[in-house]
Design a protein. Sequence first.
Lengths: 1003, 523
Amino acid sequence: MQKNYPNFKVLFYVLAMTLTSLGVFAQNNITVKGTVISSSGEKLPGVSIALQNSSKGSTTDQDGKFSIEADGKGTLVFSFVGFQTQTVSINGRTQISVSLTETDRTLDEIVVVGYGQQTRKSLTSSISTITAKDLNRGAISDPTQLLQGKVAGLNITKSGDPNGRPSIILRGASTLREGDASQPLFVIDGVVGADLATVAPDDIMAMDVLKDAAATSIYGSRAANGVIIITTNRPKDGQTFASYKSYIASETVSNTIDMMSGDQLRSYLTKNGKSLGPADDTGANTNWQDVVAQRGFSQNHNVSFGGGNKSTNYNASINYFKQDGIIKSSSLDRLIGRLSIEQYALNDKLKMGLTLATTQSNSGIVPFQDVLLINRLRYLPTVSPFNTDGTYYENLARSNYYNPSGIIDNATVTSNSKTFLANFRATLKLPAGFSYDVSATVQNNQTNGTQFYNDYYTTNYNNIAFTTNYTVIGGRNGLAVRNTYENTNTLFENYITYNKAFGKHNVNVIAGYSWQQTLNGDGFQANNTNFPTNDTQANFLGLGNSQAVSGFVVDYGGNNYSKLRLISDYARLNYSYAGKYFIQGSVRRDGSSAFGANNRWGYFPSVSAAWGIDGENFMKNQNVFSELKMRLSYGQTGNSLGFNPLVSLLRYGNVGTFLVNGATLSAIGVVQNPNPDLRWEKTAMSNIGLDFGILKNKITGTLDLYSKTTTDLIWTYDVDPSVYLFRQLTANAGEMSNKGIELTLNYTPVKTQNFTWTTSINMAHNRNILVSLKGEGLQADSLLIAAPNGGGQTGSTVQVLLSGQPVGQFYTFQYAGRNEAGVSQFTSSKGGTTLVPLNKNDYFLAGNAQPKLLLGWNNTIAYKQFDLNFFFRAVLGHQIMNTVRADFNRPQEAGSYNVLVETGDEPIGDFNSFRYSDRYIESGSFLRLDNATLGYTVKTKKNYIKNLRFYLSGNNIFVLTKYKGIDPEVNMGGLTPGVDWTRFGNGFYPKTRTFMFGVNVGF
Amino acid sequence: MKKIKYILSSFAMLLLVSCHDLEVPVENALTSANFPIRTEHFIQASGPTYTNFRGSIALSYWFLQSLTSDESILPARGGNWYDGARYFQLHQHNWNPDNGQIGGTWNWITGTITTINQNLAVVETAPESPAKQQGLAELKAMRAIAYWVMLDLWGNVPLLTKFGITEKPTTTPRKDIFAFVEKEILEAIPNLSSDVSAATYGRPTKFVGYALLAKLYINAEVYIGQKRYDDVVKMCDNIISSKKYALESNFAKVFDIDNGPQIKETIFAVPFDNISGGQFLARYYLHRAMRAKFEIPFTPSGAISIQEEFLTNFNEPNDVRAKMLLQGKQFLSTGAPIIVKTTKRGFNQDYREADAATPIDYHLELVPKLEYRNLASFDLGNDEKAWAQGFRYAKFFPDKTSTTRNQGNDFPFFRYSDVMLMKAEAIMRGAAATAGDTPLALVNTLRKIRTASELQTLTLDELYAERGREFCNENWRRNDMIRFGKFEGKWGLKTDTDPNKRLFPIPRNILNINPQLTQNPGY
């Protein structure tokens, strides 16, 4: 066993020793029978009956009858959806009949918290729970999209790219870094940091969003962006189930950019005394946006089943999902298998569980997507994709101007990913209210990428480049690239829980330890060129002959290998008195190997309290509030992701070659400034919340106010090259604050036997401020960022990081109309206007990308066997820099590239029309009918088919907005939110509109 | 009691299960722990000096030395290449501290100096040997060259000679930078190699040191107001008398894609291959319809041309240096004309007749004059006429062996002809002649091998013109213009006469980071 791993041998002794203490509990079994009815006397089938503190359970049959073998001194727990749970002591009886009371009391629902669960009533923190029935519907591959718009304060945006990942921001950004560093922590069935790819949306029973620091700080260093806990379907005690869920969906491009048609362009040019070169006009009217688009079909099949007996229960599911992207050549198909088994032993004192999940996904990726997305707009509509002889039309005299069909057809880019997760867990009940939990998880992800650019590319497109880094493809007679990388995450957790009630006092204490090691990027890349055929694609790398191509150098890929270890100790105390007063305190001590030796350990404490006001005597005589609870919390979390774990060290790497004695040697130079002083980025949050129910819970709601401050922001910025060895430094610099208010209201206006209407609305307002920017090597109070790099505008930026302003603050030229000659002019910092504004000198602050209000409104209507759900979502009060519109509004280039229809109204002589300025800053507010679903449940014979439901559903049915781009929902994460990029990574992959038909069958 | 014992032992065990070791071994990186250790590490550790210096020598540094002079110009064409007026500013001499090319050049050269300081610190820890002394001398000579660049462009700059100093530097006056460069190179020369061969190609030799000193002294009047012309002659003679260099009869070969140690004229060159990148000048100077002519793997963007006024320097068509001009009607290597299919209006966007859409086959013809469609935006327009304006200078010949736009032509820094012309100039400016060389004889020796006619007399202006011809596009024009008092003249759209423009401003973001630095006057 390797020295650095926790000592599993010792763990074995712990288990062995504690097991020997269990012999003292003897039992005395009898069979208890009975009937369960509702308060109105109806027989209730399907009610769960569980013997407390055991795995034993049963359910009622069609007539509400049950039978269970139990200890005569035990207690039975009767639970059923929509009814209050009832506990009944057996006291040696063999006949027990129970009447369950219907409930709307939201406070009784079970909420999953870190390392345990609580009833909502006892929560002292801010947690939103969304159960399966309220999760979003649609052809969704990524589970986080199920939450979009459903949780106050959670802002999720995603493009239509089937392989794109959503950006998720909870209560405003807590970091300036992107990627993993800005993602919430996911906990799937208790596995901290589990990969979302291992769970199919269909298998999700509930998602709990932990919002305030009192809830998240038990997860310490990974919880700065909030925690989302996912619970998958599992059989209720003693039940068996099987279900099949399936849908087919059709996706189309929801919106296109209004570019000129061939005829529009010709007449615009003629009108303005210009014309196309003969090579640029084949008489065609090609809509390139249509040429590269396709109708994307999706299908999803999910079979799940589960069951169990007294000592074992299991559930399993298999899910197949296939989605074609709406841009040709993009696709995703995915197979997820999931198996979970729980076994009781040692007279029910020991529960062991094993979960295995495996995912295989195959992604088709658009080759040179950035270049394609630009060219499908700017390529002249006056030419056909193909010449009369069937070859691709090209005009290579313009740089980075390539036939969009050629870009797609002549290359194949794929990424195949396999994820495997194995989790073992055990809970051991110890005497005197103690229990011991252990969990060990290994998660392995392997990604194989292939790229093949055929000889058409290497002949005609060999200077094709991502504008960001000028990666040219090089080579001759085809270029093939293969890479394979593996990520392995090993996690070990154990904790002890103490739970005891003393009269009105309730105490729950946990103390635990966690060890996690993540190894990412373990693998390599290779490429080859000069293939005798295109037919073998990237499947036979060795067939190429790169030696014959002068100057070709095999690209083995970058140094992606990184190993990070996180070790934590944590403890939490919950105390409640009389079900009215609740306090919680927790502390987590986290160590991360990413920091220098002096700053590795951080402490993340939290305290919180809640007061169940409705339980007080003075509330007994009012009938407005049926529930009322106040919560107060404060806590801290940290973040150590999103930068190289070796950041504290001086790192060297190859920095090119140089000549020594006539031979070429690798120059080895510094590639990373050392920062041994890097500290934890810490986020502190305080929260005041109110949970209430009014008019016998006809209206329930939650109100939260929070203030969140992130200090010691870690990010990578440019430093003075005369002092630092490397031009960038990763360091702590600056402070950011978010303050906001969130309100959720649920209302049931109508509830009768045949007709029910429930509606819920959530609203959130957040104010983001960059408090300061100071840090090592960075004394500035402002930094220009977000350079869209449109043609002729290299070096212009449109945003600024400025103390006192939010992230996403626009800072650009101020449009001042046109002069008499019809040329756009801009406000000059020296007063008056100018035709030639200077970068920076003539920039002005101009709005920001932070929304003022996020809103979600959900409605569910049930009428007999029909159910209808519709869901509106709105984001209001923010601005977007529409660089797409600026970049294609170039009347002067109309003969060489296509222009917007809108450009038809621009004076042809306006050489300034496209300059980034506040002219292109538009309101991003929108209201979207995100989803409408109509379902019909067929009455079935319960013996064979328990339930059968058909539904029709539409996504993104309409959007109301003044925004002129493709969609106002642009990427809102990272350093430069709210820029609708033409060129960079998160380009403008179009949004989709989806219609689907589905069926759910339960057996 | 028994229970409690078990519970306590469980807790104790729980603590034992926990391990708190955060020392993750470094498995994938060169760090201070494993580099530099071997002998070759110390050689490799000096490599970043050279790769860094290569970075912008043919990019932003080239822009600052050439586009600010009367030599080259990069106008906008239909908004393309406007880029926030960065090139327009260089042309008009109205740049500000936010100009991207000035910032880029500063970052390049200060980054190179920091790298050299770090490389020096590493090599100093190597075991003692003659090779170590030579290595240290080479790095110090490179640092002197880098500081000469800063002396020339900014004059007053922070002087950093040690690595790892964290306090922010202040500005050192130009005269002290001058003294530093002089002292450093004089100290380095004894340990530099006097071998001129492939073994020392691309790295400083004794002769590189002499050439740098000659360049320093010939500009001493500009830099520090002192005449050091006798020292120029002395340094030039050190090189000439070594007989290790000679003028090449094939001028084009000096700059071709396979130039290297075999070129007898090259005293110091920055080596490029067509893989690493950093040199792709043909991208800038070739017309976009010339891809086939030069059989290159990319479509050039054809934006930089020679300024019309400068063409008067190429007054003899038989001069090999004039033959590098791409001018007039253009033909493929097969002799077939380069035809651009366009229309009357596609050729001239202002054409207003009814037959504007009539297709024409336009035989590409480069014309010397730039005709601005829009003076305010430095814009020639976006038609075939505009793109064909301005003669191009194909000194660094396009690289058809490349699979990308990167070229393999090494970029000369000091050439033998520069030494000859510096000696001639120094004598004309008052130095005593040596070895029987007269300025006229030196210039005529050069002109003869360049197939230009012999001059009968020589004035300083004629020498200035000779330098213009000889070093066109080799990063010397701005330096020459300042020394010959021509930098405040008028050319193209430039009317500025502010002598403060002889020095560039310290970039604003650098002043933001280090407010202790002093901005140059006039900014």
